[in-house]
Ligand binder design. Structure first.
Ligand code: FAD
Length: 910
């Protein structure tokens, strides 16, 4: 395992930098290296034995290596996370990308990967561990000085969110006698409720004042000579980590502030102390537990005399508290004397003892603490845990977990500094504590993102039935429980039509399906479509906080579920319309942009008519996206909803040919929305383009979908394809063509794409489905020319290998041909699916309309063109994009059209 030694190499290479930073002196540095060398040797030994056995045989390893089970298990976990145990199928738990980086470097990456995944718990340990001071904590998260970083990965090794071995969840060996176990609370010796007898502490501390009293006792009795806690900086209500050096300092630190400060950021400051206490939430306790093993196979610091844990649900957003004080109570942080929590209320006391009463929900901080990233509510890794849930006002709930915790608590009792009462397991408050702890445990362990049931690939590649079958009601019930109901839901900002996703999921959780349907339809009239074809992974789900664990909420699946539930139950819910305004609006094009704009305007009381060139509505939804991804019945049904809103649809009308905008004006239309898409195919410029057997994806898909070639002979419109098909492109269009060709009887379908898999713009799910169905992908390959026989029938195509260069204007790495790497592929049908562009029919008919050099309509943020009464949106403005972005544009345009018509006609009338 030579690779692993690179950590030591890195440290040695950067010795000067490390010593300069002042984190280690020469002797300490030498000690660090020698400890790490021992550890590496030990891991090397474990890995070699596992390789020799071909499996992980703990009893055998224990005997052969003379190591404890805990030592073995921790190291095995470490090796697994680094990706070294892949050969026996042991995969890292969370981050595949960590393994990719680790594999290249032989060590873990730096901890920014945790920050990027929004998993940082804010403990601050990384800042203390970094040997060169490259991590600087600020405002609840950290900044990273890339120039200083030496890429040793020590910060990742110590991070409690990076990976946390199961074996560390069990109590320390010396604590095992007389220990109790309750699944939701883990191991403990006793649970009770307690209160301080010190009146000064009562006036400032929260609940029973137990944390402050325990620390005071420990200082007085010289059981500790320092404590890592939290104080307020110069600014009131701005919690900062603080090293308390004596009893007098203590009262400044009391109160509900611990949860918001990266306490372990100043861990190194305790080096001069012989025995110190640490106070903090489960994340902080978890971090301490982790460095009780990593990076040295033994405690990183053995001077911690007491760990006082806090309950994690008591995590508050101080910025919100300050805002609330200002806006609702016309007060300032300086007026706050004490804060307290009781039975779902947050109480802020002023100096006169009056309390401002705030519902906890309003100030709760999610996504960092009080979240569901771990299963721990009660700080199971502490010596003693303290919290308010489960106790009467003015009392604290106390979990005594270890012998050490018991000794400290008993001493405070003996000195009459605290009083305690027994907690009865059948009391109501105990039950609620138990329930909350259980729900946290459950959410963490049991609920996983559901997988849709799908048609077997070998069967489905021969039919046009839909591939995924949707979620069952039971799956939705479970999935809706996983939502964190974030205070600041990033998923909503990730959705181009801003659906109130947490509210929608909450209604599902309450099994209020009609309510959920109304909620979603007030923002999106096409949920069955969006639930099927939206690239959620790069929109709402990308921003879901749970994404950090690799399992974002299945928002798209649930959207599809509710729309399907409506259809299956033969309901047809549509939002209410405003009173008719008697003003006519024309929508040109019935794609997602046009449909959305039409729906919004109809709901607003306008008299809306859609003009569509084809004989069926839906745009790409109907003629582009195949049946097995989006059944046309669904598109029809969603268009029906519009008809319920009194939207009229005129088919087979090409605006710019059959009728002009001027004609429409004569017909009484006052405003126009152009949503004609970008349906003109782009060709590649290679010799042989005119050979028989070369098609564009547009033609191919339109014939199959709109003209129903896939239903031949029921429909008299067949399409001729060969046996060896090559599709050119890497987007949804190419993949849809490939999978359609397979279903139409092709023997082999190959996709030729000039970039790599990582740059492919197609939806991940579709790529995965195509692979399952047997589509072959040739990445980094580009066509050079097509060859035909004497009848001009296609026979072969010449391609060239590509490599990736610097990023181009799209941000993707530019493909560059590799000289002399050309080769031939046998083929009888080539489908070109490299993209589309604007069709000029309508724009040519309105010469004064401003268009870009590519032929797209110029429209501003509000979808307004240079002509007052003409608005535009969707692909005809942006170029080929997505269904939901076209819908977002249609929605925006509807608001602008409403504003325009209000100003021009309605307000004038009044
Ligand atoms: P379109 O959907 O193109 O609709 C425009 C409509 O206007 C058409 O019905 C057209 O007939 C009509 N029209 C055109 N000119 C005139 C005229 N002069 N007069 C009257 N009517 C006219 N996006 C995703 O989000 N997920 C996917 O999985 C996905 N897959 C795709 C697969 C394929 C094969 C294709 C081609 C696109 C895919 N897209 C996907 C992209 C997405 O479908 C488009 O971005 C979206 O449909 C654009 O909507 P639109 O309303 O702007 O235009």
């Amino acid at each position: 395992m030579e690779k692993q030694r690179s950590l030591i190499k890195i440290l040695l290479t950067n010795q000067e930098k490390i010593l300069e930073s002042g984190r280690y002196n020469k002797a300490e540095f030498g000690d660090l290296i020698s400890k790490l060398t021992d550890v590496e040797r030990s891991r090397q030994g474990i890995l070699e034995k596992i390789e020799e056995h071909g499996s992980i045989d703990i009893p055998k390893l224990k005997i052969e290596l003379q190591l404890s089970e805990k030592n073995l298990l921790c190291n095995i976990e470490y090796l697994k996370e680094l990706g070294f145990l892949g050969f026996i199928g042991e995969k890292p738990r969370f981050f595949q990308d960590v393994v990719e980086i680790s594999k290249q470097k032989g060590i873990f990456p730096n901890v920014t990967i945790i920050k990027e995944k929004k998993l940082c718990s804010g403990c601050g340990l990384c800042a203390s561990i970094c040997p060169v001071g490259a991590i600087i904590y600020s405002e609840g998260t950290f900044d990273f000085d890339e120039e200083k970083c030496i890429d040793c990965g020590l910060c990742y090794i110590c991070c409690p969110r990076a990976f946390f071995p199961k074996v560390l969840e069990t109590p320390e060996e010396n604590d095992e006698p007389d220990i109790n176990y309750l699944e939701q609370f883990n191991y403990y010796q006793e649970i009770c409720t307690a209160q301080t007898t010190d009146e000064r502490i009562t006036t400032v501390a929260q609940d029973g004042g137990i944390v402050t009293t325990l620390l005071k006792m420990a200082f007085q009795q010289k059981l500790i000579d320092g404590a890592l806690a939290v104080t307020e900086g110069e600014e009131h209500l701005k919690p900062l980590p603080h090293l308390i050096e004596d009893e007098d300092d203590l009262l400044h630190t009391a109160g509900t502030k611990y949860t918001n400060a990266p306490i372990l950021k100043i861990f190194q400051d305790c080096r001069g102390h012989d025995k110190f206490a640490v106070v903090g939430t489960p994340c902080i306790m978890k971090a301490l537990k982790k460095i009780s093993f990593y990076p040295f196979n033994k405690p990183f610091c053995d001077k911690i005399a007491l760990k006082i844990g806090l309950l994690c649900m008591e995590s508050f957003d101080y910025v919100k508290i300050v805002e609330l004080l200002k806006n609702e109570f016309k007060s300032t942080p300086a007026d706050v004397k004490k804060m307290d929590i009781n039975r779902g209320r947050f109480l802020i006391y002023d100096h006169n003892g009056s309390a401002f009463d705030v519902p906890i929900k309003k100030i709760k901080k999610y996504g960092r603490l009080g979240c569901f990233f771990c299963d721990d509510l009660t700080s199971i890794h502490a010596d003693i845990s303290v919290g308010s849930i489960g106790s009467d006002p003015g009392w604290s709930t106390v979990f005594i977990r270890t012998k050490r915790g018991a000794e400290f608590f008993q001493k405070a009792l003996d000195l009459h500094m605290i009083v305690k009462k027994e907690i009865k397991e059948d009391s109501k408050s105990f039950e609620s504590l138990s329930r909350i702890a259980k729900s946290k445990l459950k959410k963490f362990e049991e609920y996983h993102r559901p997988k849709m049931i799908e048609q077997d690939p070998n069967i489905r590649k021969n039919n046009f039935e839909e591939v995924p079958k949707g979620l069952t009601i039971d799956m939705v019930k479970l999935e809706s429980q996983r939502c964190l109901q974030c205070g600041n839901p990033l998923c909503v900002t990730g959705c181009p039509v801003n659906i109130r996703i947490p509210q929608f999921i909450k209604l599902l959780k309450q099994e209020n399906y009609i309510g959920a349907l109304y909620e979603i339809k007030s923002y999106n009239l096409l949920p069955a479509i969006c639930g099927r074809v939206c690239p959620q992974e790069s929109q709402c789900e990308k921003y879901c906080l749970l994404n950090g664990l690799g399992e974002p909420m299945a928002i798209g699946y649930m959207e599809r579920f509710i729309a399907d539930w409506e259809r299956e139950n033969k309901l047809k819910e549509c939002p209410e319309c405003a009173a008719p305004k008697g003003i006519k609006v024309a929508i040109i094009g019935s794609g997602p942009a046009g449909l959305t704009c039409a729906g919004e305007l109809a709901m607003n009381g306008y008299d809306v008519t859609i003009f569509e060139a084809f004989h069926a509505g839906g745009g790409v939804l109907t003629y582009g996206i195949p049946e097995f991804r989006l059944p046309k019945e669904i598109v029809k049904s969603e268009i029906e909803t519009l008809k319920m809103l009194n939207v009229k649809v005129e088919y087979n009308v090409i605006i710019g040919k059959t009728l002009t905008i001027e004609d429409l004006k004569d017909m009484g239309f006052k405003a126009f929305f152009i949503g004609v898409g970008a349906g003109l195919p782009i060709f590649i410029k290679v010799p042989g383009l005119n050979l028989n057997g070369v098609l564009t994806a547009n033609e191919f898909l339109t014939r199959s979908n709109l003209m129903k070639a896939f239903k031949f002979p029921d429909y008299d419109t067949p399409i001729k394809i060969g046996k060896k098909i090559v599709v050119i492109g890497g987007g949804n269009v190419a993949l849809d063509s490939a999978r359609t060709a397979l279903r139409l009887g092709a023997e082999k379908v190959t996709i030729v794409y000039r970039r790599s898999e990582a740059e492919m713009p197609a939806r991940k799910e579709e790529y995965h489905h195509a692979l399952e169905e047997g589509v072959v992908f040739q990445f980094l390959t580009n066509p050079v020319r097509f060859f035909g026989d004497e009848n001009d029938d296609l026979t072969q195509m010449e391609v060239i290998k590509m490599e990736l260069g610097e990023p181009d204007e799209s941000g993707r790495r530019r493909p560059i041909p590799i000289e002399n790497s050309e080769y031939l592929i046998d083929t009888d049908t080539i489908i070109i699916g490299i993209g589309t562009r604007a069709n000029p029919i309508i724009t040519k008919s309105i010469p004064e309309l401003e268009i870009s050099k590519w032929g797209y309509i110029e429209a501003d943020e509000d979808s307004q063109t240079n002509i007052e009464e003409i608005f535009a949106g969707g692909d005809i403005v942006t170029g080929s994009a997505t269904v939901i972005s076209a819908m977002g544009a249609g929605k925006k345009a509807a608001h602008s059209i409403d504003k325009y018509l209000q100003e021009k006609y309605i307000n004038k009338k009044e």
